[in-house]
Structures are given as C-alpha cells and as structure tokens.
Design a protein around this ligand. Structure first.
Ligand code: HEM
Ligand code: NAG
Ligand code: NAG
Ligand code: NAG
Ligand code: NAG
Length: 501
C-alpha cells in the first residue's frame, strides 16, 4: 500500500505538499502559541453562536455534556456573547478559591441590572458590594446566624409549619406554599423582626411573586432579553417581572419606613435597624458612609429575601420528596431521631449526634443541585487559567452540576446515597466536592443560616410526621424531574404527612 503511494509520481508530490503543509502548520502554531490560546469550544455560528448546540431547557446538563468533549475549561457562545464554563470539582475550586480575585466579579446582565440598578449584594460589584456583603455577613452573625437568635426564630417557625401540616390529618396535600412561607418568615424575622400569618394575603402575594421571578429568570424569553434588551417591552415575561419587582419594592419600602419611624438607636431589633444605626454612626468623612443609602438598604433586604427564601424552601421540599420516595432511608432517619432525641425539641447542638440524618441532609443538597450554574461570575482582569487566556470582563459559569455530580469525586453521583457522607463506622464525613453554596469571594453568604434552617426544619418535621406518596401512588411514580428556572425545584406534587405515634 505505502509502496504504491511512493511509486506513483502524483502521489509523491501530493505527499510532499502534505508534509510542507504540516511543517507550515507546526511553525505557525509555535508562533501563535506565544499568545496564549483561548479555551476550546463548539464552533459557533454567526449571530446564533452555539444556541443550537445547547438545550436551553436543561442548560447545566448540556454544558456538563460539552465538558466531556471540550475539557474542564471551555467556551460557548450564547448568540454573540461568549461564556467560559468551568467544569469539575478541581477546576471550579482552582478558579473560585485559588484565583478568587480574578474570578470574583458578578456578571450583571441587563435583567440583573433591572432588578437592583447595581445596588445591594447579589448583583453589584466593587466597593459598594464589598461593604454591603461585609455588613450583611457581620450583622446576620451578630443576630446569631449560626447562633441563638436565629435558632429561636427557626424553632418558633417550625411550630407553625407543623401546625399547618397537621391540619390535613394525614391526607394528601400540596406543601409548596406552606414551606415557602416558613422560609420567608425566617428571613422576615431577621430583617424586620416580624412574622406573617400564612393566610395573610399581602404576604402570600409577596412570596408568590418572588417565586415567579425566580422561575421566569431561567426562561428562554428572558435569555433573549439579556441578549437584546431593547426587546424587553415586547416580552410578556419581562413586563410581568418588572411589575412583580415594583410591587415587591413598594411593599418592602413600607416595612422599612415603619421601622424608621420607630427607630431607637439604643435598641437594635433587626437587620434594617442595624443598617440605619450604622448609617448614623458613620461620620460623613468616613468613605464607607457613602454606601449606606436607602437604595442599598432596600436592595440588600430584597436580595436577602430572594436569595434566602426560595433556595431553602426548595431544598426542604426536595428533602421531603426524597423521604417519600426512599422510605427505607426515611426509616433510618426516624430511627436515629427517636433514639437520640426522642420527642423533646431538637436543637442545632443535636446535629453532631445525628450523623445519618446529617448525611441525608447533605446528600439532599448534593443530589437536588438546586443552583446548577451558581450565579454567573465575571473576570476582574485578564487571566491565564490552566494555560488558557481569558479576557477581563468575560462571563464565567462555575458549573456546580459538574462538581456535585463529578464522577471523580463521588462513588455513585447519579443515585441518592447518604453514604457519600459517612465513613465505615457510620460517622459523618465532610466532602470537599460538596459545593451547593459555591465557593470563594462570591460564595453564598447565607450558608450557615441555610444549614441551620435545613437541619431544624427537616428534623422537626420528620420527628412528627412520616411522609408518603398519596394513597394508591407507588413510590417510583414520584417524579424527581425538576422544574427548571434559576433554581431546580421539584414539581409541585402532593404528599401525605402522617402523624407518627
Ligand atoms: C439551601 C439554601 C441556599 C443555597 C443552596 C444557596 C446557594 C447560593 C449560591 C450557589 C450562590 C451563588 C454563589 C456564586 O455566585 O458563586 C448564592 C449566593 C448568595 N446567597 Fe445563597 N443559598 C442558600 C441560602 C441563602 C440564604 C438563607 C441567604 C440569606 C439569608 C442567602 C444569601 C445569598 C446572597 C446574598 C448571595 C450573593 C453573594 C454575593 O454575590 O456576594 N443564600 N447562594
Ligand atoms: C447529556 O448526555 C446524556 C448522555 O449522553 C444524554 O442522555 C442527555 O440527554 C444529554 N443531556 C442534554 C441536556 O444534552
Ligand atoms: C412557585 O413556583 C412553582 C414552579 O416553579 C409553581 O408550581 C408554584 O405554584 C409557585 N408558587 C408557590 C407558592 O410555590
Ligand atoms: C488584556 O488583553 C487584551 C486582549 O489581549 C489586551 O488588549 C489588553 O491590553 C489586556 N489588558 C491588560 C490590562 O493587560
Ligand atoms: C400545588 O400548589 C401550587 C401552588 O399553588 C400549584 O401551582 C400546583 O398546581 C399545586 N399542585 C398540585 C399537584 O396540587
């Protein structure tokens, strides 16, 4: 075969051309490699980019699939917009923790700008963000984030949630709303020192609107809006969202102004008070004082509600659904709760004596993967990362799906398996790839509050109730496919909460 090629004159000259081209190519790439290459990725079409190569309805999954072809750092184009995706535990960790500064800005899409006008905590950058984040962290901590006061607030709210569920006397019901109200009340108590009755219509609409906003954020028409903001007024989802946000703002402004009127600088009742007192304390010449204005207060409060309600409620709903779906796991949790706590009030202190339950809660967060793309980041400067050049202000998705389902980190990533968090003796173990709160400079600032809520709500409910599918529905018919929005939520479905003896 080879001899044939060399014997034919035309083949020889073809071969010569081939070799020459190869040499040229090598020469050229050694020249151009002095400039570092950009990350690889699927070839984009003009205008549309890679929009036809990804499934926008399950974006995290399709990006996870692409990472298997293009490696842990790759780029995709959403229309003309380039996004660098980070995949797998090692890569996400290396970027968010080891190069925290470079990968630590927030991408503020047109929609996110509409939300907060660059103020607040979630969709802001620079000095204002830094001060608001620091203030929120210390204030929530002083109020006992991870300490007494939030514990008391949560335990009180558990009581109301239990009462609500008891009403159904073990009949099938839809737990979506009650759980959202409970999570929202915890934030409300911290922000305003005020809880709402679950039946309060004003409260109901507020929670409903937040929930809708989060769902719409992940919708395709909003992705289109982010690419062509001038289309906004023509898109129903966008118009609905702006209406929701205005209503929400008006409501929060009212609550804030009530607190302003009754403010006593000697007594700090809640987050809003702390902000107003801090503002009074800071002297005008202190450069920090310029950040303590009404817009930052309003939007920080709005952010803490939005970021703290739906996430926690959604995780808890997944937890109850998994318990109904996997009754043998629920039995083990309840066995442990009965043995260690009995029927007295559960406290955060008890966690260390409840390793199996703790493992189940962690596995719930891993498996439910409610924030699959975190919230988009942006590079703060030109970076070279794993040999690739990434320009300043490039949008970056830390793909949390690929961390929580990383095949190199988890023994059985695709099944619900509490042993991921247990050693051979049944003791609880931490796992580095457990990153549902993301990591680094932009990591969730409510992590310790969220963990306390999940623990207390989940255990208090399982202490009192056994969760089952509605009568006649076998466990394997419970649907674990998520509703996709900015978070992955369980489909609203009915469960029974049967009182345990
Ligand atoms: C199970 C519950 C929760 C989960 C899974 C969760 C997850 C996350 C994730 C993935 C991010 C994005 C991090 C990034 O961009 O890299 C985030 C940001 C944030 N979370 Fe949470 N979160 C939860 C509960 C809470 C609670 C209870 C609060 C507040 C009280 C909160 C406040 C925030 C804030 C303010 C940010 C933005 C931080 C920044 O941009 O600097 N979260 N959270
Ligand atoms: C990802 O890949 C798996 C396996 O090849 C496939 O079943 C799934 O549909 C893909 N998901 C998406 C959203 O592309
Ligand atoms: C919240 O959103 C889900 C869909 O994501 C929807 O089914 C549900 O009705 C909404 N409302 C409440 C109060 O949870
Ligand atoms: C960043 O990279 C771009 C493109 O290579 C270059 O034009 C720019 O000067 C660089 N900026 C800095 C601060 O190095
Ligand atoms: C559960 O309640 C939510 C919110 O009211 C509603 O959208 C959903 O259709 C209900 N689902 C079922 C199965 O009843």
């Amino acid at each position: 075969m080879l001899e044939d090629i060399f014997q034919s004159p035309t083949s020889v000259s073809l071969f010569g051309v081939f070799v020459a081209l190869l040499l040229l190519h090598l020469l050229y790439s050694s020249f151009s490699s002095q400039k570092r290459p950009e990350p690889l990725g699927p070839r984009p079409l003009p205008v549309f980019g890679n929009l036809f190569q990804v499934d926008l309805k399950r974006l995290d999954q399709s990006l996870f699939n692409l990472s298997k072809t293009y490696g842990p750092v790759f780029q995709v184009y959403f229309g003309p917009k380039k996004v660098v995706v980070l995949a797998g535990y090692r890569t996400v960790k290396e970027a968010l923790l080891n190069q925290a500064e470079e990968f630590g800005n927030r991408e503020i899409t047109p929609l996110f700008y509409d939300f907060n006008q660059g103020h607040g905590i979630v969709f802001s950058n620079g000095d204002s963000w830094k001060e608001m984040r620091r203030f929120a962290l210390t204030t929530l901590r002083d109020f006992g984030m991870g300490k007494k006061m939030s514990e008391e607030i949560i335990i009180e709210e558990c009581g109301y949630l239990i009462k609500e569920m008891e009403q159904y006397g073990g009949e099938a019901f839809n737990n979506t709303q009650a759980i959202n109200y409970a999570a929202s009340n915890v934030i409300s108590a911290l922000m305003f020192k005020k809880r709402f009755e679950y039946k309060d219509p004003v409260f109901q609409t507020m929670v409903e609107k937040d929930n809708e906003t989060i769902r719409l954020t992940g919708s395709v028409s909003i992705m289109i809006y982010n690419l062509c903001p001038w289309l906004g007024p023509f898109l129903k989802n966008w118009r609905d969202m702006m209406k929701n946000i205005e209503a929400n703002k008006a409501h929060l402004r009212k609550l804030i102004s009530d607190l302003k009127e009754t403010l006593d600088p000697e007594i700090c009742r809640c987050f809003v008070d702390a902000f107003l007192i801090q503002k009074k304390h800071l002297k005008d010449f202190d450069e920090k004082s310029s950040h303590y204005h009404d817009e930052n207060l309003l939007y920080s409060v709005m952010n803490l509600f939005a970021a703290g309600t739906d996430t926690t409620a959604t995780t808890l709903k997944w937890g109850l659904l998994y318990m109904a779906k996997f009754p043998h796991i629920q039995d083990r949790v309840q066995e442990e709760l009965s043995r260690v706590v009995g029927s007295r009030q559960i406290q955060t202190e008890d966690r260390k004596n409840l390793p199996y339950t703790d493992a189940v809660i962690h596995e719930t967060q891993r498996f439910a993967n409610i924030g699959p793309l975190a919230i988009p980041h942006k590079t703060t400067r030109n970076v070279t990362f794993q040999g690739y050049f990434i320009k300043k202000d490039t949008t970056v998705f830390p793909l949390l799906t690929s961390v929580l389902y990383d095949e190199n980190e988890w023994e059985s990533p695709h099944s619900f398996n509490p042993s991921h968090f247990l050693d051979d003796e049944g003791k609880f173990i931490r796992r580095d790839a457990f990153m549902p709160f993301s990591a680094g400079r932009r990591a969730c600032l409510g992590e310790s509050l969220a963990k306390m809520e999940l623990f207390l709500f989940f255990t208090s409910l399982l202490q009192r109730f056994h969760f089952t599918p509605p009568p006649g529905v076998p466990e394997d018919e419970l649907d674990l496919k998520p509703v996709v929005g900015m978070t992955l939520a369980p489909k609203p479905q009915q469960l029974c909460a049967v009182r345990r003896r």
